[in-house]
Design a protein around this ligand. Structure first.
Ligand SMILES: [Zn+2]
Length: 260
């Protein structure tokens, strides 16, 4: 048992004295019951095909006809990056996310980071984690004050410790209504994010080497619905940084199983 586990256990025991322990599924006496834990360990699935805001025209399909100009027959849509989710935002997973976001269960952060770490490691593969940056979707300032702690920043830090991928923080809120507010706002956010990254990099540990000029960005969010927030972050990410993937806890929509 490492020091973090000891602290977590102590905190859990302390909490149990104050509030009765209850898993989001309702089982008493535990923060996270074995079946909810299994839910998190099922692995991630790609859900970008059901994120409407990520459907970007990739190619026009044409039908070739002899002796006549090609006839357009449709367009293909493709997400600019894959979105990987642990599960559908429903049932026990939904209750877990709601409890976690509302500050009542910040201790879930460890379990969520543990579940997402293999997903991030798979994206990085055999490459150097220093080439990548984790970019958590910023919480709205109002909700951050209400909850007292930014749950996404906590998750990003916990994931960073497990994967060696550093966190790049994007300042400012990025609510759904702002997601489509146009290029000028996105550029402003871009500069702010790039400035913040530069400021942090000045204080970098020299042993880690210089920060990459073009980090590969892994976006991180709690719940994806249409993907508009992820798309806005992708389009407004620091100059030269491209989102290579998004990792989320849950997806509001779930792709239909492929029938063979
Ligand atoms: Zn449970």
């Amino acid at each position: 048992m490492d020091a973090r586990e000891v602290v977590t256990r102590m905190l859990r025991d302390l909490c149990a004295l104050v509030i009765p322990l209850e898993c989001p599924c309702g089982q008493e006496g535990t923060l996270l019951c074995p079946s909810c834990r299994t839910l998190l360990q099922a692995g991630a699935q790609e859900v970008q095909s059901v994120c409407d805001a990520l459907q970007i025209v990739a190619a026009a399909r044409v039908r070739e006809r002899s002796g006549a100009p090609p006839e357009p027959v449709g367009v293909d849509y493709r997400s600019p990056f894959p979105v990987l989710a642990l599960g559908e935002y429903a049932g026990a997973l939904q209750r877990l996310v709601v409890q976690w976001k509302n500050g009542g269960a910040l201790l879930h952060t460890g379990a969520l980071a543990q579940a997402l770490a293999p997903v991030v490691r798979d994206i990085v593969g055999s490459e150097d984690p220093a080439l990548y940056r984790l970019v958590p979707v910023p919480s709205r300032p109002g909700s951050r004050i209400r909850r007292g702690e930014d749950h996404m920043a906590l998750l990003a830090r916990a994931l960073s410790r497990r994967t060696g991928v550093e966190v790049l923080t994007v300042r400012g809120s990025l609510s759904g209504s702002q997601a489509g507010k146009g290029a000028r706002q996105r550029r402003r956010r871009t500069f702010r994010a790039a400035g913040a990254a530069a400021a942090r990099d000045r204080g970098r540990d020299p042993a880690r080497g210089p920060a990459p000029d073009h980090p590969r960005v892994i976006l991180l969010d709690d719940v994806v619905t249409t993907g508009s927030t992820l798309r806005a972050l992708h389009e407004g990410s620091p100059a030269g940084a491209a989102a290579v993937a998004a990792v989320v806890v849950a997806s509001a929509r779930w792709p239909a199983p492929v029938r063979l």
